[in-house]
Design a protein around this ligand. Structure first.
Ligand code: FPP
Length: 242
């Protein structure tokens, strides 16, 4: 049986209209462990359910016409978790790339991209990630960015080191913006599960992000929760310090 089942078919829902859509949404997929604990299940069951939610929400981002959506899937700090849990998450990435990639591409013509440090990720997974990027690079839908082995501080340091290697001795904000893994800046950051922190996610791109929090645990997060966040976002008064 396929690991990824169709959890929720959002294409049957009427597509809501938003006057203003964020160009780039960042989503911190949090609460998988608590979701599993509440049900007396191993944490890995929460990650599996969370992967399904990722699949539903990433497709919906494409359906709504959002240009880029970055999902925080595995941080540079997450290696500290028990090996069994890390292995299970890596296995979910692999299964997703083997089973679900064609579906997400076909559904909304989305593009897949991966950001983060390649060292530490298995060669097998890196190959699948590279293939997915290559196969979807000409798609015109939402750019679905999966942050794997990602840390915001590492991203900034790596951008600066790249600039130094190029011989730069004076660095501007534009230099860093042009050398972090993702552009443009993030308009909206969504964090479910009741936690209200950034956890080293998109530090550079979040300078003027709007934040939206919810107590819903990520595996229970639905397209309606996404609509709530987007409705709230379009009513925000963004002044960018002006
Ligand atoms: C944080 O919740 C979640 C993670 C560290 C892993 C996120 C991974 C997935 C959603 C699976 C991704 C799979 C694909 C295919 C993209 P937590 O475990 O820290 O939850 P807790 O705070 O309740 O313990």
């Amino acid at each position: 049986m396929a690991l990824f089942s169709k959890k929720e078919n959002s294409t049957t829902l009427e597509r809501p209209h938003f006057d203003v859509l964020p160009e780039h949404v960042g989503i911190i997929m949090d609460g998988n462990g608590r979701w599993a604990k509440k049900r007396g299940l191993p944490r890995t069951a929460g990650h599996k359910e969370g992967a399904e939610t990722f699949r539903t929400i990433s497709k919906e981002c494409g359906r709504l016409g959002i240009k880029s959506a970055t999902f925080y899937a595995f941080s540079t700090e997450n290696w500290k978790r028990p090996k069994e849990e890390v292995d299970a998450i890596m296995c979910l990435f692999k299964q997703y790339l083997l089973e679900a990639k064609d579906d997400i591409t076909a559904a909304e013509n989305n593009r897949l991209r991966f950001i983060g440090v390649r060292e530490g990720v298995s060669d097998e997974l890196l190959t699948l990630m590279d293939e997915a990027e290559e196969e979807t690079k000409n798609n015109t839908g939402c750019e679905i960015i999966l942050a794997v082995n990602y840390g915001g501080r590492e991203e900034i340091v790596s951008a600066v080191n790249k600039l130094i290697a190029e011989g730069k001795t004076k660095i501007t904000e534009d230099d860093i913006s042009n050398n972090v893994y993702t552009a443009p800046d993030c308009d909206l950051i969504i964090r479910p599960s009741g936690e209200q922190r950034l956890s080293n996610f998109l530090l550079w791109q979040a300078a003027y992000s709007e934040f939206w929090y919810s107590d819903v645990l990520w595996p229970d997060f639905t397209v309606n929760d996404l609509y709530k966040a987007l409705t709230d976002f379009q009513n925000r008064n963004r002044r960018f310090g002006g």
